[in-house]
Design a protein around this ligand. Structure first.
Ligand SMILES: CC(C)(COP(=O)(O)OP(=O)(O)OC[C@H]1O[C@@H](n2cnc3c(N)ncnc32)[C@H](O)[C@@H]1OP(=O)(O)O)[C@@H](O)C(=O)NCCC(=O)NCCS
Length: 148
């Protein structure tokens, strides 16, 4: 199967947000400030991901990788890693020096993708979820990558 990983077109953002709500029920609609990427399979969205600039007190000027999702029939083709790398390339072009995210500790696929993309676990000195309503999960693992 051939996929193209790219920024979402404007008309695709609503579908991305709907998919996000299906994948991650109970945490509300994603922020309107989110910037979206898709893994496109023809006209179909096979995967989605977003970023949000983070201006919280604990980590100014960082970029938060919001949860990504790959539809079941399209998993195992490296799309998650491609969606991570596309966002890292964009972050670098934007002059961002630190990218961070979280996973739940039992999400082996997601952890494998982050490790493959060079992320390392960190323990926040100040819990950054204090000013990030979407990130408040007990037991979450926190991941960061510095861009040079
Ligand atoms: C997590 C998710 C995005 C992965 O998508 P994907 O496109 O299939 O992922 P990729 O193909 O890029 O990579 C999957 C990685 O998991 C690994 N993997 C696959 N099955 C695995 C398993 N049973 N145990 C451990 N690792 C596994 C793959 O080998 C690959 O790692 P590698 O780079 O070392 O080879 C997808 O499963 C998903 O949408 N899950 C539900 C939503 C979710 O959990 N999102 C992430 C929230 S942070």
């Amino acid at each position: 199967m051939t996929y193209r990983v790219r920024r979402a077109w404007k008309h695709e953002i609503g579908e991305c947000a709907d998919l996000y709500c299906q994948f991650f029920p109970g945490i509300g609609r994603p922020s309107s400030e989110s910037i979206w990427w898709v893994a496109a399979h023809g006209d179909e969205i096979a995967g989605f991901a977003s970023v949000k600039r983070y201006s919280g007190k604990s980590h100014p000027d960082s970029l938060f990788l919001s949860s990504a999702g790959v539809l079941a029939g399209h998993r195992g083709h490296g799309l998650h890693k491609r969606l991570i790398r596309a966002r890292l390339r964009w972050a670098k072009r934007e002059g961002i020096t630190r990218v961070f995210t979280y996973t739940m500790p039992d999400n082996a696929h997601s952890i494998a993708s982050l490790v493959a993309c060079g992320f390392r676990i960190f323990v926040p000195e100040v819990p950054w979820f204090e000013d990030c309503a979407h990130c408040h999960y007990d037991g979450a693992l926190y991941w960061e990558k510095f861009l040079s």
